[in-house]
Design a protein around this ligand. Structure first.
Ligand code: SF4
Ligand code: MG
Length: 323
């Protein structure tokens, strides 16, 4: 299968001023990320909030400029692209589903207008063809076609997220980036939305980048998982490798903190401390202040390089070096 997304050494750095003294610094939200995604594949990108996942997503969509590196979408290098027509071209290939379905739909537009808008923008079909396409897409996401005449406030949170998914898929993109697509929804309907995404992925062959702070959300749907910490990928592998043989202490703590409904004691293992500021990352391995296995090299040394645990499984940790 061809690559639909290739990210090489991507950097998104922001100059920032902090505090009353206007201390200046460089916020390295994304700092040297490599990722690839094949057509029809589902990649999970996990990490706590503040680790750079959303910034990475926005740079794939062209919503924030990269400071360095390359983004290749469907064979085209889009790194330098920023004009209106570049963005329009990119939107045919990649679409996004956001966390908050309440905020991402225009309350004054009917659902039909919200879904028909992207078709019109890309010059797809005439008015009646667009109407048919909207009705078909609503059916695919489990809503009745007459939903097109109604307004977002008439729907529940889960239904609104279905509408947002329909809007993302209506232009037949090759990749959909979902940034925390269920974390604003009731726990009781999260599984429905995850299953819907999975069904649509299989039916339409669209690739998914599933971003979540919760490894449990990506566990049952992703082919591969990448774990991000303070702007860097720290572990990457097939989902079974990540869940059966997690190699990085950070990945292990994320797995330990997944709540298990059958075991009330689970999920109680919380990560100690907070994610540090990307403005002032700890030297050495950025995870060292929170890592129970840290050795002297972790604090003093350089950032650990990737070690290969299998051809598909890689992790960055000093304890793995020389394996
Ligand atoms: Fe922990 Fe050191 Fe490995 Fe970082 S490199 S995860 S601090 S053991
Ligand atoms: Mg985020």
């Amino acid at each position: 299968r061809p690559d639909i997304l290739g990210i090489e050494d991507l950097k998104v750095h922001y100059p920032v001023r902090q505090g009353f003294g206007f201390r200046r610094g460089l916020l390295k939200a994304v700092d040297g990320v490599n990722l690839d995604l094949k057509a029809g594949e589902c990649l999970g990108l996990v990490g706590e909030s503040g680790c750079g996942k959303s910034t990475l997503a926005q740079s794939i969509l062209g919503l924030v400029p990269a400071s360095g590196g390359r983004i290749v979408l469907d064979g085209q290098d889009v790194s330098g692209a920023s004009s209106h027509s570049d963005r329009l071209d990119r939107a045919r290939i990649v679409q996004m589903v956001f966390q908050d379905p309440f905020a991402s739909l225009n309350p004054r537009h009917t659902v039909g207008q919200s879904l028909g808008g992207p078709l019109k923008l890309h010059g797809i079909g005439n008015a009646s063809e667009r109407e048919d396409r909207v009705a078909e897409m609503l059916r695919k996401v489990g809503l009745r076609p007459d939903a097109a005449k109604r307004y977002p406030h008439e729907f529940s949170g889960g239904q609104r997220q279905r509408i947002c998914i329909a809007r993302a898929l209506i232009v037949e993109p090759k990749l959909v980036v979902c940034d925390e697509p269920v974390s604003a929804l009731d726990v009781s309907i999260r599984a429905q939305i995850i299953n819907l995404l999975l069904e649509l992925k299989n039916e339409l062959g669209v690739a998914l980048l599933m971003i979540s702070h919760d490894l449990g959300v990506v566990e049952h749907m992703c082919d591969r998982i990448a774990v991000m910490y303070l702007g860097r990928i720290v572990e990457q592998g097939r989902w079974d490798e990540i869940f059966t043989a997690p190699a990085h202490p950070y990945t292990r703590s994320l797995i330990a903190s997944i709540p298990d409904p059958m075991n009330p004691a689970s999920g109680s293992i919380r990560l100690q401390g907070e994610i540090p500021s990307a403005l002032d990352p700890p030297p050495g391995c950025a995870f060292n202040p929170r890592c129970s296995q840290a050795i002297a090299a972790c604090r003093a040394g350089t950032v650990p390089e990737f070690s290969a645990l299998s051809p598909t499984h890689h992790a960055r940790c000093h304890l793995l070096q020389g394996l």
